[in-house]
Design a protein around this ligand. Structure first.
Ligand SMILES: [Zn+2]
Ligand SMILES: [Zn+2]
Length: 313
């Protein structure tokens, strides 16, 4: 099979010919039809996130190993099944839950594999979907997608959609609450759709124009000034940087700061059901071939992809 792989950081991805895996036991081999291009892929390609004081947080220090096939928003059809797989058959259309844990740590034991201590997330810690086929360790990570949904618009549900959904859930909105959604890019637009559908809160969306991108890194500081008493601030962006916190305002206003990272498998199952009912629809703006993976990442990095970019291997 062909796979577009990160061999050296920041250098063009190499399209390599690899052995197509054979599924065993509970494993399923999925033929990739659509894989979303996510900002996390850019971070994995560059090899770092921005930490405190501009210090890089290296992906290798977080356990990422290269060469790596990136891609964690994967939708496709079942190609091969291990002998212990139940409830799936060949050619079924599926979306993959990529935030796979090792299954044993405290987070995994309560179903929060996305927060595993030893994550095995597809496309980050193990080979992902920038390939013709991807091996999924268990059929439990597959969510069937209905005939009304295509794989291109389903794929982004696995990260962009799930991150938005997780954030809306973590905000724990009550009917009379106001919610301010900062950023009206792909995630922000999905968060608006979801907040509207599943909460009774009043939604206020805000953004800054592209020419003020350096101001974007101060987004959080702006957010802090908005916080009224009892407010919840949910952070999902991975642009990096740091936050100054008033140790007087935090207790006196009794606000909460919540970090939110993707979502659980059951969140994804709920989200796919919401998508099937038309509540949320990711906007796919650009389509690429596997050989154009580097171009896709570069365009995303340069802010030239307005909706979601999808690779069709
Ligand atoms: Zn775990
Ligand atoms: Zn992602």
């Amino acid at each position: 099979m062909k796979a577009a792989r990160i061999v050296k950081l920041n250098e063009p991805l190499q399209v390599q010919e690899l052995q197509t895996p054979t599924p065993k036991g509970t494993q399923i081999l999925v033929k990739v039809q659509s894989v979303g291009v996510c900002h996390s892929d850019v971070h994995v390609w560059e090899g770092y996130y921005e930490g405190i004081g501009g210090q890089p947080l290296k992906t290798t220090d977080r356990g990422v190993k290269y060469p790596l096939t990136p891609g964690h928003e994967i939708a496709g059809i079942v190609e091969g099944l291990g002998e212990q797989v139940e409830g799936f058959s060949k050619n079924e259309r599926v979306l993959i839950y990529p935030w796979i844990g090792e299954g044993l740590c405290p987070a995994c034991r309560i179903g929060e594999e996305n927060l595993c201590d030893k994550p095995r997330s597809l496309g980050i810690y193990t080979d992902g979907g920038y390939a013709q086929y991807v091996l999924v360790p268990s059929y439990k990570y597959l969510v069937k997608i209905g005939n009304d949904m295509d794989t291109d618009t389903s794929a982004p549900l696995a990260c962009a959609g799930l991150t938005s959904y997780g954030a809306v859930k973590n905000a724990n909105l009550k009917p009379d609450d106001n919610v301010v959604i900062v950023g009206t890019g792909g995630l922000g637009l999905m968060a608006i759709q979801l907040a509207k559908a599943i909460t009774g809160a009043k939604i206020i969306a805000m953004d800054i124009d592209d020419q003020k991108l350096d101001v974007a890194s101060k987004t959080v500081e702006t957010d802090m000034q908005f916080l009224r008493r009892r407010a919840r601030l949910v952070l999902v962006g991975l642009f990096g940087g740091e936050l100054k916190l008033s140790l007087v305002m935090m207790p006196t206003r009794a606000y909460k700061i919540i970090g939110s990272y993707t979502g659980t498998l059951s969140d994804l199952i709920e989200l796919v059901s919401l998508a099937e009912r038309g509540v949320i629809k990711p906007v796919v703006s650009n389509r690429f071939k596997l050989e154009q993976a580097t171009e896709a990442l570069t365009m995303l990095k340069d802010g030239k992809i307005l909706g979601r970019g999808v690779i069709n291997p």
